[in-house]
Ligand binder design. Structure first.
Ligand SMILES: *Cc1c(COP(=O)(O)O)cnc(C)c1O
Length: 399
């Protein structure tokens, strides 16, 4: 304790000068270290800060952000994980860390749409070329590889249409040519699929979805199999000034404690809904990798350890886009929204990319949440009944 008498204004800023807080407190939650500035014991320590301490500045991380990165290393089997402000930021950070002017990247046709847009709209400005490949056709991928191809993106199952690709085969093909593989592993929450163990270099997550688990924040992560690659990603992230809030990390760490339970139960409830949907007259096809009609079902059985809660179904070709929209609008418990993986059930009519014409009917993506399953079934069957009544009118008029 200092002998000086400090003004209350000063002590409000320096509680340590008033004696600090009690030591020896033990509890179960990760402390939230909010900070912009990190303080140092001496000028020389500050000068050597990058060598002296893992804690340098707010944007570079705090013990709270590091605690989350360590949990993700464990979950993904990674040497190093780097957090990003959103799932999309984790994707764009990976592109920027892995590619230089003159390089070429291959992106799957069924990729998350903003990832596709970044490849076509931003990368050309940096002198980086991209091409799109069919993730279900290894020969077409092999033919698309160029001497300057440096990165292969994979998303499995694919966004919106949910095909599962042969990830180990894609990785083997890329590795034989010295090409790095990055996988958007958001569907599996890093739990149902382990891309790094199957040969990928990078696994990215939108922690926004199952990890946070309650629809109340956005965050992403880039997990790398090798420490050197992790360092390359971290250097790029720090150069870009991308950082995450320790408060949000606290919420993700809390969500991760119950994620396994949520995923297991959501998987069970989702399969019940998916199988029921497959029986409906006006449904042509259910696109969930756990159902036999979904392309890559056998690969899902081989490589995945469970079912996630987001999937699509295709209406019969006779259902118009307007009728499909009305079906979605009639739902009362399912809400209309994009960011799945939380506790709330969602429905959204979606389109696939023009170069991925795998569908004939209108497509609706569903996320099953944790509402009582009975209410979800009632909601869906009411919407189908109304659609069937409408449909009969339309069919009669046509006759
Ligand atoms: C949601 C999502 C993202 C993006 O995550 P945000 O945190 O919303 O930016 C990326 N990839 C997939 C497959 C997603 O579902």
């Amino acid at each position: 304790m200092s002998a000086r008498n400090y003004h209350p204004d000063t002590l409000a800023i320096h509680p340590e000068l008033a004696g600090g807080v009690a030591d020896g407190f033990r509890n179960l939650s990760t402390p939230v270290h909010r900070t912009s500035t990190v303080v140092f014991e001496s000028s020389s320590r500050f000068k050597d800060r990058k060598r002296e301490s893992p804690w340098v500045y707010g944007t570079f991380g705090t013990p709270t952000t590091r605690a989350l990165e360590v949990q993700l290393n464990i979950a993904e089997g990674a040497a190093d994980t780097c957090l990003a402000p959103s799932g999309l930021a984790a994707i764009t950070l990976t592109y920027l860390a892995m590619l230089r002017s003159g390089d070429h990247v291959l992106v799957p046709r069924n990729v998350y749409t903003p990832s596709r847009s970044f490849a076509t709209e931003v990368l050309p400005q940096l002198g980086i070329e991209s091409d799109f490949y069919d993730p279900l056709d290894l020969a077409s991928l092999a033919a698309a590889i160029r001497p300057n191809t440096r990165l292969l993106w994979v998303e499995t199952p694919g966004s919106v249409s949910f095909e599962v690709c042969d990830l180990p085969a894609l990785c083997a093909l890329a590795r034989a040519r010295g090409i790095r593989v990055a996988v958007d592993n958001t569907w599996s929450a890093g739990r149902l699929l382990k891309p790094l163990a199957l040969g990928a270099d990078i696994s990215i997550q939108a922690l926004t979805k199952y990890h946070a688990g309650h629809g109340d924040l956005v965050m992403g992560s880039v997990s790398c199999r090798e420490a050197a690659l992790g360092e390359q990603v971290r250097r790029t992230r720090n150069a870009l000034g991308l950082s995450v809030s320790s408060d949000d990390c606290f919420l993700v760490l809390r969500g991760m404690q119950t994620m396994s339970l949520r995923l297991d139960e959501l998987g069970r409830r989702t399969l019940a809904v998916a199988h029921w949907l497959a029986e409906q007259k006006l449904v042509a096809r259910v696109l969930h990798p756990a159902l036999p009609g979904c392309p890559g079902h056998a690969l899902w059985q081989r490589d995945f350890s469970g079912a996630a809660s987001v999937f699509s179904f295709e209406f019969a070709p006779s259902v118009s886009s307007e009728a499909a929209d009305r079906w979605v609008d009639r739902l009362q418990v399912f809400r209309i929204g994009a960011s799945w993986g939380g506790t709330c059930s969602l429905a959204l009519r979606m389109n696939v990319a023009a170069d991925w014409p795998v569908l004939r009917g209108q497509l609706v993506r569903l996320n099953i949440g944790l509402e009582h399953p009975g209410d979800l079934f009632t909601d869906l069957s009411d919407a189908f009944e109304a659609l069937a009544a409408e449909h009969q009118d339309v069919t009669l008029k046509a006759v």
